[in-house]
Design a protein around this ligand. Structure first.
Ligand SMILES: [Zn+2]
Length: 521
């Protein structure tokens, strides 16, 4: 209890504090004065191929990312969710049909719409799907695309891609500018550019040089924006070059590498999250209008089961996973069937599978050779494995399907030893990329290739099991390898019999994992 004699003192302090508050400025209740500082918040994911959680449900999941978006939005209305490329493909959904047409990224667009993605850039994999499929996906997207250097090549020439927004069609811009205001009235003009790596040479896409395009657009708009960000799907080296050539940029929200990256180039922050939304980056830009300076704070958030799922997004995820499970049935797969309840996890992270063998790549190569008992050895390109993750038991047929979403048959080709050596040398030169080759029954000793423990004889003939893709001439440094190569002596006919494990590499792996149940007609 307060003594009576103290009370007048409290009263004086109270009056004095009212007076002091009134003197700090002409502030009205509920409307703080413009402090000249505005904070923008970006929630960034990139290279997301799975709509549902991965790693046995432990990591990832777009419905969890959606929860973070909603939380950030409550704290700061100037929050934007960004997809930095590679989301329409590759996915196991791409081989599936729904309502008479291939799904091809439709599932991801619907999930991104529900999750509240605001902006996306094209990754190289967006151009894996056909022109008409991509145009449909653009029109279904409620989020906006920005493309500074990737354009649509059609019969009427080269121009911007377009997307339907409500009833009108909008050209996808090379530059976006947003005028933003915070609670106390500080304003900021945010400029956004979007850049794509020029590696996917789809006939309907035309690229311009990303650095020249970015410089041109940034130069044209430098006077009309206070803060400039780049959403990119470039290699890390290219992002670093972009940062050094355009110091006007405050932050580069990037993708393409599937492991997380945080690079500081001068004052510019480059961020890339883990693939499949196993993590997300929160990048906050604090712009001071008085000094004109922008500072960056970034935080990597692991997306795991501690984050609740957003029910709206989750219902869309469930709709599509149910559709997928029904579709696998028609392809002869039982997606939910468990192949392994316990035992070792399978290592499929690309940093490891593209530069050496892991237990998972060893299992795939062994499965191929088992499906082709007349072959002496098996080879496959690391790029067929798109898991970029660890498979933890229980391992289901779905896990095998999503690990190798392209599927494709296994072929058996008889070739000269000299061609085989040329293929193996190319695979070695491809170390670190998807063209790196995994081998079964072939080893390298003292800089020479051996098959079944014997030096490869360049004049001899060898029967090799390999994915049909490797005979297409589309693999890097293996462009010479087509069915017409003169050193290909014979190629066994392609099988479409779904009982034959050679009909789909995934079927060969599943049969192999089934062990004793292995059958070949
Ligand atoms: Zn990419």
């Amino acid at each position: 209890m307060v003594e009576k004699w103290i009370r007048p003192v409290y009263f004086v302090i109270f009056i004095a504090s009212l007076y002091l508050t009134a003197c700090t400025g002409p502030r009205k209740l509920g409307k703080p004065a413009d402090d000249g500082v505005i904070e923008l918040s970006f929630l960034q994911v990139n290279d997301v191929y799975e709509i549902a959680p991965v790693s046995g449900g432990r990591e990832g999941g777009m419905a969890r990312v959606a929860t973070i978006k909603k939380q950030l939005l409550q704290q700061n209305p100037n929050t934007f969710m960004i997809m930095a490329g590679d989301f329409l493909s590759p996915s196991v959904f791409n081989s599936l049909q729904y309502q008479g047409s291939r799904i091809r990224g439709k599932q991801m667009v619907e999930v991104m719409n529900a999750a509240g993605v605001d902006y996306a850039v094209f990754g190289n994999h967006e151009f894996d799907i056909s022109e008409s499929e991509l145009l449909s996906r653009l029109n279904e997207s409620k989020f906006r695309y920005i493309s500074t250097n990737a354009f649509h090549r059609s019969s009427s020439g080269v121009g911007q891609f377009s997307q339907r927004a409500d009833t009108a069609t909008r050209n996808i811009p090379t530059f976006e500018i947003l005028t933003l205001t915070d609670k106390d009235g500080t304003t900021c003009r945010l400029g956004i550019i979007g850049l794509t790596i020029t590696s996917n040479k789809a006939a309907y896409v035309e690229y311009s040089d990303p650095f020249e395009a970015a410089k041109k657009v940034a130069g044209e708009h430098s006077g009309s924006c206070d803060v400039l960000i780049a959403i990119t799907h470039l290699s890390q080296a290219e992002d670093v070059r972009l940062a050094s050539e355009i110091p006007l940029i405050s932050a580069i929200l990037g993708g393409h590498e599937h492991d997380m990256r945080l690079v500081k180039q001068g004052n510019i922050t480059i961020t890339k999250a883990h693939a499949n939304a196993r993590s997300a980056y929160i990048v906050n830009l604090i712009h001071n209008r008085r000094t004109g300076k922008t500072t960056t704070k970034e935080r990597l958030v692991m997306i795991d089961s501690t984050i609740s799922t957003d029910p709206v997004t989750d219902s869309v995820v469930r709709k599509w996973t149910d559709i997928a499970a029904a579709s696998y049935g028609t392809l002869g797969f039982d997606a939910k069937r468990i192949l392994h309840y316990r035992g070792d996890s399978l290592e499929g992270r690309e940093t490891l599978t593209r530069s050496g063998s892991t237990n998972f790549t060893g299992l795939i190569a062994a499965s191929m050779l088992r499906a082709c008992p007349d072959a002496s050895a098996a080879i496959f390109n690391a790029g067929s494995v798109r898991l970029d993750d660890v498979l933890y038991p229980p391992i289901s047929e779905y896990d095998i399907l999503r690990s190798l979403p392209f599927g494709g048959s296994i072929r058996e080709a008889t070739m000269t030893g000299s061609l085989l050596v040329q293929i193996l040398d190319s695979g070695l030169a491809n170390t670190g990329t998807g063209g790196f080759l995994h081998l079964e029954n072939i080893e390298r000793h003292a800089n020479e290739w051996q098959i079944n423990g014997k030096l490869i004889d360049t004049a001899a003939h060898y029967r090799i099991a390999l994915p049909e893709f490797l005979l297409s001439g589309l693999e890097t440094r293996l462009e010479f390898l087509t069915e017409k190569h003169p050193h290909l002596i014979a190629i066994e006919p392609k099988t479409t019999d779904t009982f034959d494990p050679r009909s789909d590499i995934r079927l060969a792996i599943i049969r192999h994992l089934d062990g004793r149940q292995y059958k070949r007609r």
